[in-house]
Design a binder for this molecule. Structure first.
Ligand code: LMR
Length: 414
C-alpha cells in the first residue's frame, strides 16, 4: 500500500505563536537589516576597533597558526571538554596561588561560553540543592539570566542592585534584600563589569557581602563574562572571586572567553565548583558530564584549543594580557569622549555617570521613547533599557552619537 505520510489536511503548527525578539540579539538583527550608511551599533556587547570593525586578536591569530601547523584532527572532545583548557581557565579565574593549593578540589567542565556556564550551573543546582532553593539575581541583570533559570526550572527572586537616582549601586537595598533571602539560596553575582549597569561593587562592599554569605550559608554563583574588561587587568577583575575563595567559601564560577579573547562565536567557556576535596570534585564532575551530555554532548573544540594555547604559552599569554588592556583602555577613552562631548554640546543633563561606569556597557538613563527616536531618526541602535555598548563607539562616530543623544534629550527630563 502506498503511504502518503507527508500529506496532511491540517497544519500541525498553526497554534504556534510568534515569539518576541530577544531584547539584545533582536536589536542587533535590526541593526544589520538597516541599510543606512551612518548607522551605529551600540546594542550587543561585542568589542569593535576604532573603525567599528570586529577584532581578531593577534594572540588568537598566532594560536590559530600553531593549531594549523600541528595539523590536528577534529575528533570529539570528551563530555567534560579539553582538560588543559579547563585547568588553565580555573587558574586564570581563581589565581595561581589558590590553584596551586586547591586546584585538585575544583571541579571544572568546559561549557558553551557564559550562557552554557550559567545553564549547566543552574541545572546542577536544580538537581542537587534542596528542593525549592531559589536563585537571587540582581535587578537589573543580563536578561538571558532569567531565561536560563526558567529553563533549568529554578525559582527566581531578585535583589535590588541599581539606583536610578544616583545612577550607581543601591547597596543598602541590595543588603536589605539579601538579608531577607532564605538561608542557602543561590546568589548570582556579576564578578565584574556588571551587565547592563556598568556599576560594580567596591572591595569594602564585597567584603560585607562575603560576611553575609557566610552568615546565611549562601551559594555565590559568580558569572565572570568580562574578566579584564573592567580594569584591563585580569587579576584585579577577579578580586571578588578571590576574596570569597580565600575565606574557603564554596563558590560556583562561570567564565567566558567570548569577550576577553574575542571568541564570541566559538562558544568557549568554563564552569567550576569549589569542592571540599578531590573525591567530592570527582563526583561533581561525573554529574556535570551527565547533565552536559544531553545538552550539547561535547563542547566545541576550536575555541578551547585557541584559549588553551594562549593561556599556556607564556609569550602568547603576555601578548593577550596586553591586548585585553588595550581593549579596556579604548573603551575607557570612548566613555570619557561621549560624556565630554555631551557636556561641550551644552546638554542640560549630567552625563558624568557614563565615564564613571565601567566594563563594556553604560546605563545611559535614556528612556524607551528616546531609544525609539535614536533608532528611527539617527539609526543608532541601543537596548530599550538605555544600555549602550561603549565598544561600539569610536573616534569616527562618538560626536555623531553625542549629538543625537543631545538632540533627543535636550528638552526632556531624564
Ligand atoms: C550582551 O549582553 O550584549 C552580550 O552578553 C551578548 C548576549 O549574548 O546577550
Amino acid at each position: 500500500m502506498q503511504c502518503f505520510r507527508a500529506l496532511r489536511y491540517f497544519s500541525v503548527w498553526s497554534q504556534v505563536p510568534m515569539g518576541p525578539a530577544d531584547p539584545i540579539l533582536g536589536v542587533a538583527a535590526q541593526f544589520k537589516a538597516d541599510p543606512s550608511t551612518t548607522k551605529v551599533n551600540l546594542s550587543i556587547g561585542a568589542y569593535r576597533d576604532n573603525d567599528g570593525k570586529p577584532v581578531v586578536l593577534e594572540s588568537v591569530k598566532r594560536a590559530e597558526q600553531i593549531i594549523k601547523e600541528k595539523k590536528l584532527d577534529n575528533e570529539y572532545l570528551p563530555v567534560e571538554g579539553l582538560q588543559s583548557f579547563i585547568d588553565a581557565s580555573i587558574k586564570l579565574g581563581y589565581g595561581d596561588a589558590y590553584y596551586a593549593q586547591n586546584g585538585k578540589s575544583i571541579a571544572g567542565c568546559q561549557v558553551l561560553s557564559g550562557t552554557g556556564a550559567v545553564r549547566l550551573g543552574f541545572e546542577f543546582s536544580k538537581k542537587f540543592l534542596p528542593q525549592g532553593t531559589k536563585v537571587y539575581m540582581p535587578n537589573p541583570t543580563w536578561p538571558n539570566h532569567h531565561n536560563i533559570a526558567r529553563m533549568a526550572g529554578l525559582e527566581i527572586s531578585e535583589y535590588r542592585y541599581f539606583d536610578p537616582k544616583t545612577r550607581g549601586v543601591d547597596f543598602s537595598g541590595l543588603v536589605e534584600d539579601l538579608n531577607k533571602a532564605q538561608n542557602g539560596s543561590v546568589i548570582l553575582f556579576h564578578a565584574c563589569a556588571h551587565n547592563p549597569t556598568g556599576c560594580d561593587l567596591t572591595t569594602a562592599q564585597w567584603t560585607q557581602l562575603l560576611d553575609l554569605t557566610k552568615k546565611k550559608n549562601f551559594l555565590p554563583f559568580f558569572d565572570m563574562a568580562y574578566q579584564g574588561f573592567t580594569s584591563g587587568d585580569v587579576n584585579k577583575d577577579a578580586e571578588a572571586v578571590r576574596l570569597f575563595t580565600a575565606q574557603g567559601v564554596p563558590i560556583v564560577l562561570g567564565q567566558s572567553f567570548a569577550k576577553n579573547m574575542g571568541l564570541y562565536g566559538q562558544r568557549t567557556g568554563c564552569l567550576s565548583f569549589v569542592c571540599s576535596n578531590q573525591q567530592e570534585k570527582d563526583k561533581v564532575v561525573s554529574q556535570l558530564k551527565l547533565l552536559a551530555r544531553p545538552l550539547w554532548s561535547s563542547p566545541p573544540l576550536h575555541g578551547a584549543r585557541v584559549a588553551d594555547i594562549i593561556l599556556n604559552t607564556p609569550e602568547l599569554n603576555q601578548l593577550w594580557l596586553q591586548e585585553v588592556k588595550m581593549m579596556a583602555n579604548r573603551i575607557q577613552l570612548m566613555r570619557v569622549g561621549l560624556a565630554n562631548t555631551l557636556k561641550s554640546l551644552g546638554s542640560p543633563h549630567d552625563w558624568s555617570h557614563i565615564s564613571k561606569q565601567i566594563g563594556m556597557f553604560a546605563f545611559t538613563g535614556v528612556g524607551p521613547d528616546h531609544v525609539k527616536e535614536l533608532i528611527a531618526k539617527y539609526h543608532i541602535y541601543l537596548l530599550s533599557s538605555g544600555r549602550i555598548s561603549i565598544a561600539g563607539l569610536n573616534e569616527g562616530n562618538v560626536k555623531y552619537v553625542a549629538e543625537a543623544f543631545h538632540d533627543v534629550t535636550k528638552n526632556t527630563k531624564l
